[in-house]
Design a protein around this ligand. Structure first.
Ligand code: PPS
Length: 599
């Protein structure tokens, strides 16, 4: 009986409606003749000879340790795809090219995305293409990847069998903002927080910070593996720092990405920035298929950097993203401990083919061959979801080399990888690298589950999840380490703690100003439908009630902090494409979007 109910429930409320995804795009093609669908990646022309024949000095520079503010060169997709053609013959045999490359000691290596983006032509016929899961690896001796003696560093440093206990910062809510002397004068804040300045206590004095508490990553990495953090006793950015406004955020699933997205939405709105929004007001950028520029509303082929911020769910595909956002945008993403990510995913995506029939996460893990079908289109929710979102093969076998190259490729493209277990530290680091204000990164947690839909995990289940999501686990371990290295490099532990404290105080204060109950509440208690988050799978997603009697400006500010992703997205779409939105809402399409976010 329960199962029957669940089945019905999931079907009616499923975000994994791939068919709908196809139809959305199909329809958009009909409406938007200007859209050009992605060509076969292998047909992308090569960059010029000059670009390819980089100088020896260039190559040497790429092998130097990372330095603050220095962006390493992006992977050249066109070169990569040309070489990809050569490797087409080994498609399907995943191991062989890996083994071959392992023996090529002097060559630098590069991992590529899987190359077979679904053929958009299939979409127009309503056919759903089968995704080839083969990973493609190419060699390229002109790239940024280190020499052979660094190849096994990841596995040596990380102990994948060690447990990580995630610290949940969701429930904390705090305070005051700091002044920002070097603000870009062109920036405007029509309403955000401006009216609250006088309601806030003066900035917290910078007192001696207590020793850093034991944190999960310390269980994994010895202290010596981090550089010592130099404390910089200043809170304002240097005069030369100009807020970054061109941003790509890879919204990795179940990693606090909706909260980050809300931060970007608010920043974009208050600074009149434009968003690369999904076509036809859809909720995602062509997910679970590789991102394609044509899935962005208003994208004009050949026109550079048309939008300021891209932050909807997508499966990352660099050349297409670059078409819309250019290569100089600030690229960042957020990761989460795969153990807790999977526990969250199991509840949220309970309706997907892998999880629907499993009575519990434990049952799924004990019988993965029974429940998991790698070729099912919705399988990524059940295995290495982060790897998949970054554009790599989530079913790939584990090889140290695979991880190393994947990590290198991600690092080559992404300026920053955040860690959701350290959300506040992540926001302080983000603020620093974007040259933003503290108020720009303050937020309330969104898309959080009610405790009743969370499951306790035993030690053995945790181990099983880690093994099952080995690729994600290794990514997480690596980027957890580099996260702290970045903090040491850019901020220092002491200043970080001070700023985290300020951020938390600010959040707490905003909660007192805005929230009726002071924090997240169960869905049935939410009074305003516009503020009700999508309820999905088996998860009960918390929302917020705003206080009554707020003046207009305060209410608007508070509302923006708690508006769920789908409603906020719809609002931005209306603002950016009023005519199209009107057309869509006339056909009652847009109005219902937040009830049927696909996937
Ligand atoms: N600030 C902050 N800090 C730490 N964790 C946070 C935060 N905000 C959201 N969350 C948790 O992130 C989970 C939802 O992730 P996403 O928003 O990425 O989900 S989704 O893919 O967009 O559906 C969801 O995890 P679960 O509650 O375990 O499901 C949220 O609780």
């Amino acid at each position: 009986m329960v199962q029957i109910f669940e089945k019905l429930h999931y079907t009616s409320n499923c975000r994994c409606d791939f068919r709908q995804n196809q139809l959305d795009l199909q329809e958009s093609r009909g409406n938007e003749n200007s859209f050009q669908f992605q060509v076969n990646p292998s047909s992308i022309p090569l960059h010029s000879e000059r670009e390819q024949n980089r100088t020896t000095q260039d190559k040497e520079n790429r092998l130097l340790p990372k330095t603050a503010g220095k962006k390493r060169p992006a992977m050249r997709p066109s070169m990569a795809f040309d070489k990809a053609k050569l490797l087409d013959a080994s498609w399907g045999s995943e191991e062989d090219p890996w083994q071959k490359m392992l023996s090529e000691e002097r060559e630098m290596l590069q991992v590529l995305h899987e190359t077979n983006q679904p053929d958009p032509k299939n979409h127009s016929t309503g056919k759903i293409p089968v995704r080839n899961q083969g990973a493609l690896i190419i060699t390229d001796n002109m790239n940024y990847i280190g020499t052979t003696n660094t190849r096994s560093f990841l596995i040596q440093e990380a102990n994948p069998t060690t447990g990580i206990i995630a610290k949940d910062q969701n429930s904390e809510v705090w305070g005051p903002q700091r002044s920002h002397a070097s603000r870009d004068s062109t920036r405007t804040k029509p309403w955000a927080f401006a009216n609250l300045r006088d309601k806030m206590p003066s900035a917290v004095a910078l007192t001696k910070v207590p020793n850093r508490p034991t944190q999960p990553e310390e269980i994994i990495f010895s202290k010596g593996q981090r550089t010592s953090g130099a404390s910089i006793p200043v809170l304002s950015h240097p005069a030369t720092c100009k807020p970054k406004t061109r941003i790509v955020f890879l919204k990795v699933h179940k990693s606090a990405s909706s909260t980050v997205m809300n931060i970007l939405f608010r920043f974009g709105e208050t600074h009149d920035l434009t968003f690369a929004l999904p076509v036809n007001g859809a909720s995602q950028l062509y997910y679970p298929f590789y991102f394609t520029a044509a899935s962005v509303e208003g994208y004009v082929p050949g026109k550079d950097s048309q939008f300021d911020i891209m932050c909807h769910h997508m499966r990352f595909f660099e050349p297409e993203v670059a078409k819309v956002m250019g290569n100089t945008s600030f690229y960042f993403a957020i990761l989460r401990n795969p153990v807790y990510l999977m526990e969250s995913s199991f509840n949220y995506y309970k309706g997907t083919s892998s999880f629907a029939k499993a009575k519990s996460l434990e049952e799924f893990l004990n019988q993965t061959s029974r429940f998991y079908n790698a070729s099912a289109r919705d399988s990524p929710y059940a295995k290495n979801l982060m790897t998949f979102d970054f554009g790599y093969n989530n079913n790939g076998n584990f090889f140290p080399k695979r991880i190393q190259l994947t990590v290198r490729a991600i690092e080559a493209k992404f300026d920053l990888l955040l860690i959701s277990e350290y959300f506040d530290e992540s926001m302080v680091l983000l603020k620093k690298l974007l040259c933003w204000d503290l108020d720009d990164v303050v937020s309330f947690p969104l898309n959080s589950r009610h405790n009743s839909s969370k499951n306790h995990l035993s030690e053995s289940t945790i181990e099983q999840i880690k093994n099952w999501n080995k690729l994600d686990w290794e990514l997480y371990v690596h980027f957890n380490r580099t996260f702290w290295e970045k903090i040491d490099l850019h901020i220092g532990q002491e200043l970080m703690q001070q700023e985290v404290k300020l951020l938390q105080q600010r959040r707490k204060q905003l909660a007192e100003i805005c929230l009726q109950e002071g924090g997240g509440i169960a869905p049935k208690m939410i009074k305003d439908r516009e503020l009700a988050p999508l309820q999905y799978g088996k998860a009960k997603i918390l929302g917020y009630n705003l206080k009554d009697g707020l003046d207009n400006a305060t209410r608007q500010m508070c509302q923006s902090l708690v508006t769920p992703e789908l409603q906020y997205s719809k609002l931005l779409y209306r603002k950016q494409f009023p005519k199209k939105a009107l057309k869509l809402s006339n056909s009652a399409r847009l109005a219902n979007l937040h009830y049927r976010r696909t996937v």
